[in-house]
Design a protein around this ligand. Structure first.
Ligand code: ADP
Ligand code: MG
Length: 300
């Protein structure tokens, strides 16, 4: 007996390194009319490195990194991994934190050596409205954020006891064949892919230019990603979203199809998604859409 076309397609997708969770999903992949990508960890390797450290004048670079690493230790975010790697590389002992909390799309907070440490998006400067610390710490940190973002980096701010303490500038690389994948998806769906990111617009624009995306939306919180997906769905367009983070889970659920990037995607993204690109290779996405189209021609 021959295998039904959709099951054969699922097996074939598996050989491409894509886990498709059901025959219905396998069938619906063919209908994708626009693909939206998360940036960090999806179009990029998600293995950023700390490229620059800019402490405000009351701390040393190592001290800033040490406190940040203490607060980031429990986080599964790629930026947290980078901060910890930088601390270890400098031989710094990472302090044990208490009262860890994370806010998706914003950052983390914890008590480190009795001090309240926040690490995350520059938007924290507006959210927490830290004091200037009696010096020009706020101005220094704001300037360092601007410099980093204009250079296409991801700026992570550190706030210690409600005083801006410094900025870590992180750099991430696009995944191999990202530009080829964007072109292939444009041809397959008839619509250029869209970028939805929580990162700053400087870093978003730099990556978008590199991979050939012109429709980009930066500084998005998880709920903003959902709103963007709904917006793309106007006129009944079927949206496929690819993401990896906890911050992407609501949008993965809102999209017509959610695809998790890589087996290192967050547990929430893996559970919410309809398919998983297990080997995290971008060209497998247009490949499985093509498989779905072929299977459908056999089914109907
Ligand atoms: P993306 O949508 O590009 O995957 P996220 O929504 O995960 O990005 O994160 C958005 C922004 O929130 C990051 O660029 C960073 O500024 C901040 N952020 C979130 N989590 C962390 C963390 N653990 N450490 C530092 N910054 C964080
Ligand atoms: Mg991500």
């Amino acid at each position: 007996a021959t295998m039904p076309p959709l099951l054969a397609a699922i097996a074939n997708a598996g050989r491409h390194g894509v886990l498709v969770k059901s025959a219905v999903v396998m069938e619906q992949l063919a209908d994708s009319q626009v693909v939206a990508f998360d940036k960090t960890g999806t179009l990029t390797e998600g293995a950023p490195r700390v490229a620059e450290i800019h402490p405000a004048d009351r701390l040393s670079g190592d001290e800033l990194l040490r406190l940040a690493a203490g607060a980031e230790y429990p986080s599964e975010h790629p930026l947290a991994t980078a901060v910890l790697a930088a601390a270890r590389q400098r031989g710094l002992a990472v302090p044990v934190a208490a009262g860890f909390a994370s806010t998706p799309g914003r950052g983390v907070s914890a008590t480190v050596e009795g001090r309240q440490v926040w690490v995350g998006s520059p938007a924290l400067l507006a959210d927490l409205s830290p004091t200037s610390g009696g010096t020009d710490a706020l101005a220094q940190v704001t300037a360092a954020v601007d410099t980093a973002e204009n250079a296409g980096r991801t700026a992570v701010v550190v706030i210690v006891d409600n005083v801006p303490a410094g900025v870590l500038a992180l750099a991430d690389q696009s995944r191999p064949r990202a530009a080829t994948t964007v072109r292939a998806l444009t041809v397959l769906t008839g619509t250029p892919p869209v970028l939805l990111t929580g990162d700053n617009s400087g870093a978003a624009r730099r990556l978008a230019d590199e991979v050939g995306i012109s429709d980009l939306h930066a500084g998005l919180l998880p709920a903003d990603k959902v709103a963007r997906v709904r917006d793309l769905q106007r006129d009944g367009r079927r949206v496929l979203l690819v993401g990896d983070g906890v911050n992407d889970a609501p949008a993965l659920a809102a999209a017509d199809l959610g695809v998790a990037m890589g087996r290192h995607a967050s547990d929430l993204a893996l559970q919410t998604a309809d398919a998983v690109i297990v080997r995290a290779e971008l060209p497998t996405l247009p490949a499985v859409i093509a498989l779905s189209r072929r299977a459908r021609r056999l089914v109907v």
